[in-house]
Design a protein around this ligand. Structure first.
Ligand code: NAD
Length: 347
């Protein structure tokens, strides 16, 4: 049966949810609550029913789902109040700013028997699904190196994202996605250690970027990187294995992968390189490698919402499990510890 949803927070991400929900027949958007009068007026102009306060949402018996898209520090109380009022909850990432706050939410979900799921929507990104396909199918042999980064040059947005109080900074903004995806990709491997270098180049009280190195028990290394001061961008994805390398340069999916054909040639001819020469870095002969287009994948982020409804109806297991979200938050705590102390933290 169609579920009625109320969106809390008519901001950037809230509006994106509304666009996507137009393609989800299982959910009817019943209304919007935003505590900002201007946002409320704007939601009314867009044709939505609005609520005057949160208790009005909670007391509306027709509401099945509350979708929380407010700044990060507001998620916890809104979620707990919603579940205590009998609503199921979809919550934006990062779910909370600490593992203990998340545990408080999970305790209420258990007590009230409500479904609670976090919007780890970037698992549905096409570029991630391409990398995952290459990884899962062992197309590049034994993978020992993955880099995933996003870079821009506009600094940290000049809003709540610059404040500690509201859970700002790029770790909570982007690392939550990049880390979640790598931990999903490597879910059969143990995470051994993490090293984090947080950037404070812009002088805000929160990090404006980071470089994080994760090491897994199969010796694979993952580099996660976010920068907000990069006028020239490095590739978004780079994955290297024993028999190939893949690159995805940007959001527009420019890239390729290259695989080894036949045996490793032993007869490298040294090449001139700058003021010296090199045999190690000599290029391959064209007949020993093959260039491929990135694999085709089918992905639809609306499946996230459909799965949530199917979970409520007892028809499917959740695609984003709370245990996965908790593990990501635990690793984030280690990332902050590593960044503060400038040391490798082991698990
Ligand atoms: P935003 O500042 O654009 O919008 C937040 C809205 O929430 C504002 O309209 C504000 O008035 C309202 N609000 C704040 N506190 C409230 C409260 N207690 N009750 C009701 N309304 C309240 O922020 P945003 O960029 O939309 O981010 C919102 C959330 O979405 C954050 O948690 C952020 O991390 C997340 N987000 C997720 C993605 C993603 O891809 N999953 C992308 C962007 C943002």
């Amino acid at each position: 049966m169609t579920k009625n949803l109320v969106l809390i927070g008519y901001g950037g991400m809230g509006k994106r949810h509304l666009e996507r929900l137009q393609n989800v027949s299982e959910i009817n958007v019943r209304g919007i609550y935003d505590w900002d009068a201007e946002k409320t007026k704007s939601a009314q102009s867009a044709g939505y029913r609005t609520y005057t306060d949160y208790p009005e949402v909670l007391n509306d018996q027709a509401v099945d789902i509350v979708l929380i898209a407010t700044p990060n520090d507001a998620h916890k109380q809104l979620a707990i109040d919603a579940m205590n009022a009998g609503k199921h909850v979809i919550c934006e990432k990062p779910v909370t700013l600490s593992t203990s706050d998340f545990q408080d939410i999970l305790d209420v979900a258990t007590e009230t028997k409500r479904c609670f799921m976090v919007d780890q929507n970037r698992r549905w990104d096409e570029n991630y699904q391409m990398i995952k396909k290459l990884y899962d199918e062992h197309t590049l042999g034994q993978v020992y190196d993955i880099e995933n980064r996003v870079q821009g040059s506009r600094g940290v947005p000049d809003d709540w994202r610059r404040t500690v109080e509201h859970g700002g900074g790029m770790i909570y903004d982007w690392c939550v996605h990049l880390l979640d995806r790598i931990l999903m990709l490597k879910k059969n491997n143990r995470l051994v250690s993490v090293y984090a270098d947080l950037s404070g180049a812009l002088g805000h009280e929160v990090d404006d970027g980071f470089r994080i190195i994760l090491r897994f028990d199969d010796h694979m290394r993952a580099l996660l990187e976010v920068g907000t001061t990069n006028f020239i961008k490095l590739p978004e994805w780079y994955m290297s294995g024993s028999t190939g390398t893949a690159i995805i340069k940007d959001f527009d999916l420019h890239g390729e992968y290259v695989t080894l054909e036949g045996k490793l040639a032993q007869d490298a001819v040294p090449v001139e390189a700058g003021a010296g020469f090199t045999k190690t870095m000599a290029p391959r002969t064209d007949n020993s490698i093959k260039h491929h287009q990135l694999p085709q994948v089918e992905t639809d982020v609306c499946d996230f919402y459909r799965n949530f409804v199917a979970w409520i109806d007892g028809k499917e297991e959740p695609l984003v499990k709370n245990s996965e979200v908790m593990w990501t938050l635990q690793v984030i705590q280690k990332i902050f510890e590593s960044g503060r102390q400038n040391k490798v933290v082991f698990f």
